[in-house]
Design a protein around this ligand. Structure first.
Ligand code: GUN
Length: 758
């Protein structure tokens, strides 16, 4: 017997009764998520692969799937069981888990796919749901109507409408069994959205994206990505999304980054039958293979030629194991990437492994950029795609909602270096998110004084810039307070005040990336976005020694400063008191700009809050703490990501600044909020109040209302229904997610505020 039999895995423990059917997120990276689906046959960790088991041909035994591969759920076909007398009798008598000898979660499909392959099926809409219910499946599927990519708009609409008509009776019949509500819509954006919105209104537990098998078979991965973006933003985020029939590992990273939670695969067995191996870059034949593309445990002691010499059945089983191991290994890689916050980088890397994946990736990543940045170099690609879209009857600009949905959910700032990956770096969703936030919220200083018609662009060198620039910043602040100093980074311009903010501050790449000559038309466009477009531009290369002198020379030459005869660093007049005052101004700007950009605090309020503030600065010249003139420590810049942590006193001060009425309901609408409205508020139930005041996390289910600009990893204020401050913390979702989730952490509380004595 194989070694797997020696290590039997225990049967799963059923979830708590009240949790049955609930889904929670335990980690995320943008819209990619690690989750837990609670069922009577265990808690299924997602993203998960559900191997397809044909009850008539069991290439790998379900029990082995459970014991050896740790598979928590599988999918089989209820229509096949229903049609087959013997299977039907056993399933009806002993249940589907006994029929398959599988203790975990069992999902069944309904016969829709059979109707797509063979024409009509004989079973009724309610009948098949009832049957699935009667054999004890955990997750059943309604009989949806398959929409093919070659169908016309009218034909596809008929499939979508008929599926919607069947949704009500199917849900009504499903009883306590969780039910899949598949999304149809072919290749039509409007119909995918219609289907998603329509199906979302029914009480389904999971939404599979249907009709994608022919799309994948034809390698139309761009269409696959479009289908996802036209559907997922309109589905309740607390219901897992299943990519129906997607089991090829090459599609996992992109699908997961776009929000997919479940996959099913018959491919591992089907491909094995004709000697094909699944890999993250495509499919390989074993015919003339000398070495395995990647060594997997099941072939550790077997060469491809030995495998070829095996009897067919044995070989199929071996290759099916190989395919399953490969599939699980890619899934495991994706899961770790979510924890590490690098899922998009994985998508980026994998996109180079297949031309159709690359096409999908470019479509995804360049379109949001186009909307915001007008990147000339990508114009052609986008125009071509737009033309193709127009031929199919798509309106221009109609994908914006989908991109916003993706970008808005990105955590920013993030810790650690940002690995440069060529032009793709610029279009990573979290970088787009960071830039959006900065461009929408930041304001120039507006101080009148010398240089207020100019900007100084420092370029040519990677960070950290503080040591090199802090002295010159003090001098410039003193001599020309109206001058804006910005640093040119490979992902855009940032003001000196945000010099340590990720991702701008920390791009890991080759030296020449920084040495590129500044592209003035591009800089001008960037300045336009920052309302600095009409200013005179002075550029200074930071590379090498004597930066102060070079800086002053450039400013003198441009007429921005005058009256300084000797431009050598030490001779630019600034006495000790002058320097201390100037440094304070620089520090104040540093903290107030972070309050404005990261916490959405009104620009004038942020400056007022820090009027006559004092700053604790470490030996490297970094601000550690900001204290108001009354001595209250309100905020500390974070070392890891350049973000800003607020203290309890900081939360109190920001709470007082709120001018808008508190949010009054849960609404899935999300946006960056009115400029200057302050950090998002989250209103919690009275039951949660004492816990939050003690500093405990807020759980979904206790949240009554949130502001639409709440974003994952960003500071929010926790209040009760009277609007009183209970605490502050880091939000764990977007408004649409707060609206739907009933389980899991909603806010990681960083500080609780005790009740004030009456
Ligand atoms: N299996 C693969 N695609 C589909 C689909 O669109 N609907 C159903 N029910 N099953 C599928």
């Amino acid at each position: 017997m194989g070694a797997w039999n020696e290590g039997r895995r225990d049967d799963p423990k059923p979830c708590r009764k009240q949790d049955n059917g609930l889904f929670e997120i335990t980690a995320r990276d943008g819209r990619a998520r690690l989750g837990r689906l609670h069922t009577a046959h265990g808690v299924l960790e997602t993203p998960a692969l559900l191997p397809v088991i044909n009850p008539n041909i069991r290439t790998i035994e379900p029990r082995e799937m459970w014991d050896r591969y740790g598979i928590g759920a599988l999918i089989t076909n209820s229509y096949i069981i229903w049609k087959h007398d013997e299977l039907k009798a056993k399933a009806t008598a002993d249940g589907v888990h006994a029929l398959l000898d599988f203790p975990g979660v069992v999902m069944t499909d309904s016969g829709t796919f059979q109707s797509y392959i063979y024409g009509d099926v004989e079973v009724g809409v309610e009948q098949i749901v009832e049957f699935q219910n009667s054999i004890g499946v955990d997750i059943a599927t309604m009989l949806d109507v398959f929409s093919r990519p070659d169908m016309t708009h009218a034909q596809v609409e008929a499939c979508v409408d008929e599926t919607l008509v069947r949704a009500g009776p199917s849900v009504a019949t499903s009883g306590r069994t969780m039910l899949n509500g598949p999304i149809q819509g072919g290749l039509f954006r409007d119909l995918r959205t219609k289907s998603a919105k329509g199906m979302a209104a029914y009480d389904f537990a999971i939404h599979p994206i249907g009709g994608i098998v022919p799309v994948m078979e034809q390698h139309r991965y761009k269409d696959y990505a479009k289908i996802m973006l036209a559907s997922l933003p309109y589905l309740p985020p607390q219901r897992p999304v299943h990519m129906f029939g997607c089991g090829h590992p090459m599609l996992f990273p992109m699908s997961i980054a776009l929000g997919a939670d479940l996959f099913d695969s018959a491919a591992y067995a089907l491909f094995a039958r004709d000697g094909r191996l699944l890999t993250p870059w495509g499919t390989e034949r074993i015919e003339s293979m000398v070495d395995w593309p990647i060594l997997m445990p099941c072939v550790a002691y077997i060469s491809p030629s030995e495998a070829r010499a095996m009897p067919k059945d044995e070989r199929t089983k071996l290759l099916a194991r190989y395919n399953l191991e490969m599939t699980l290994s890619e899934l495991s890689r994706c899961k770790q990437a979510i924890r590490d916050g690098t899922i998009w980088r994985l998508v980026e890397r994998r996109s180079h492994q297949h031309p159709a994946l690359r096409e999908a990736f470019l479509w995804l990543s360049t379109r949001p950029q186009q909307a915001m940045m007008k990147l000339k170099m990508l114009d052609d690609l986008i125009l071509n795609d737009r033309d193709a879209g127009r031929e199919r009857g798509e309106e221009a600009g109609s994908w914006e909602e989908g991109w916003d949905w993706l970008v808005h959910a990105q955590e920013s700032p993030r810790k650690g270096g940002e690995a440069w990956g060529g032009e793709d770096t610029f279009v990573r969703p979290h970088i787009v998110a960071a830039r959006r936030q900065f461009i929408q919220r930041w304001e120039p200083s507006g101080i009148e004084g010398k240089g207020d018609d100019s900007v100084l662009i420092m370029h040519g060198s990677s960070g950290p810039w503080r040591e090199r620039l802090s002295d010159i910043m003090a001098r410039l602040t003193h001599h020309c307070p109206g001058l804006e100093v910005l640093i040119l980074t490979p992902v855009g311009l940032v003001p000196y005040s945000l010099e340590d903010l990720n991702p701008f501050a920390h791009i890991d790449g080759p030296e020449w990336l920084w040495r590129r000559r500044p592209n003035l038309p591009w800089i001008r466009r960037e300045l336009d976005r920052l309302f600095l477009g009409d200013r005179k531009i002075v550029t200074v290369d930071m590379f090498g020694d004597g930066i102060q002198a070079r800086c002053m020379e450039a400013l003198l030459e441009a007429g921005v400063v005058d009256g300084v005869d000797d431009t050598s660093a030490s001779a630019v007049p600034l006495d000790r008191d002058g320097r201390d005052v100037a440094k304070s101004i620089v520090y104040r700007r540093l903290v107030s700009d972070k309050l404005t950009v990261l916490l959405n605090v009104d620009f004038a309020d942020a400056r007022r809050l820090l009027e006559d503030a004092t700053f604790v600065v470490n030996r490297q010249g970094r601000v550690k703490n900001a204290k108001t003139k009354e001595g209250a420590h309100i905020a500390s810049p974070r070392l890891g990501d350049g973000g800003l942590s607020i203290t309890d006193d900081g939360a109190k001060a920001l709470h007082k600044l709120r001018k808008m009425t508190p949010p009054s309901s849960l609404d899935p609408t999300f946006n960056l909020g009115p400029k200057g409205a302050g950090p998002a508020w989250i209103v919690v139930d009275d039951d949660a109040e004492p816990f939050v005041r003690q500093g405990r996390n807020v759980f979904h289910g206790f949240v009554l209302a949130v502001d639409p600009w709440i974003q994952p990893s960003q500071t929010c204020l926790i209040v009760n229904q009277k609007g009183e401050l209970l605490g502050h913390g880091l939000a764990n979702g977007t408004a649409d997610e707060f609206c739907g989730f009933k389980k899991g952490i909603a806010v990681k509380t960083r500080g609780g505020i005790s009740e004030e004595a009456p």
